[in-house]
Design a protein around this ligand. Structure first.
Ligand SMILES: [Fe+2]
Ligand SMILES: [Fe+2]
Length: 276
């Protein structure tokens, strides 16, 4: 099979998984974005690679130019700060869902089992986004009350292959999320919000599976898996230092199939020329 044709825009074949993915990225309707209909069964018959550059944002989401800062742990005693944190996590999950939809469109020649997996994860991410929306509302705010930035989207245009995609998304961002999630669950618990902490924990359990999916497919695509192969597959300028939290959630990462050597090297890794 030759290189799939790359196009910037549709048309997508109506009634296919690709049309569902396209709609998810491009709809500006809030409920269709977070709670779309069941996806169709079949994929398009003719592989056409599409790489949408940016998603549509439903009103009333307002984009901001700079990254949203996470609240300081001490601020989590205030419900408004916890709502802001849940809103930030909602937006991470929404971007993750859209980026898995993007991968469905970008890699039409990838194995069908891999693409089915992408679709399943995409739907998990939408469920996570709805769980966090529930937390935002429980804390007295609404989706759209805080500004958002599409930080993850800005990183994916550089992904050229399914290997680079699983390296960056699954082993990179979702792996890092295992570390960050454990830390935030602990902080939310310390602030007395057991419900928000449980939500973060429940999402984290699913994310272990997502990382394991990436780990398996990385090995299939690359013919092996270890820290050096992973680092080499990361599209520049991303390096392991932005794809981990402190401390590393070693137990969760081990459950996702990352071995001791990988975890130790991730923990110890310093960017070349660092020290400044
Ligand atoms: Fe998620
Ligand atoms: Fe995930």
């Amino acid at each position: 099979m030759g290189e799939p044709q790359t196009v910037e825009a549709g048309p997508v074949q109506v009634g296919t998984v690709e049309a569902w993915a396209w709609e998810l990225i491009h709809t500006a309707e809030a409920e269709r974005k977070l709670n779309p209909d069941e996806p169709p069964e079949g994929f398009e018959e003719t592989p056409v690679a599409r790489r949408p550059a940016a998603p549509s944002r439903p009103w009333p989401l307002r984009a901001r130019a700079r990254a949203e800062k996470s609240p300081r742990p001490g601020a989590l005693l205030r419900p408004e700060s916890r709502a802001r944190l849940m809103h930030l996590f909602l937006h991470h999950e929404l971007q993750a869902a859209e980026i898995f939809a993007w991968a469905l469109l970008a890699f039409p020649d990838a194995p069908a089992a891999f693409r089915r997996g992408l679709l399943g994860i995409c739907r998990d991410e939408l469920r996570h986004a709805r769980m966090y929306r529930g937390q935002v509302e429980r804390l007295g705010a609404r989706w759209g009350d805080f500004e958002v930035r599409d930080w993850f989207w800005e990183r994916f245009a550089a992904c050229r292959t399914p290997l680079e995609f699983v390296a960056l998304m699954g082993l990179g961002f979702e792996g890092g999320n295992l570390d960050h999630g454990a830390l935030w669950a602990e902080r939310l618990r310390a602030a007395g919000d057991e419900e928000a902490a449980r939500c973060v924990d429940a999402v984290g359990e699913d994310e272990v599976e997502h990382v394991a999916f990436a780990r398996r497919w990385f090995e299939r695509f690359a013919g092996g898996f270890d820290f050096d192969r992973w680092r080499a597959a990361l599209p520049p300028p991303l390096t392991p230092s932005v794809l981990r939290g402190r401390p590393i959630a070693s137990a969760a990462r081990a459950r996702a199939g990352l071995d001791e050597d990988f975890i130790a090297r991730l923990e110890a890794w310093e960017p070349p020329g660092s020290g400044c």
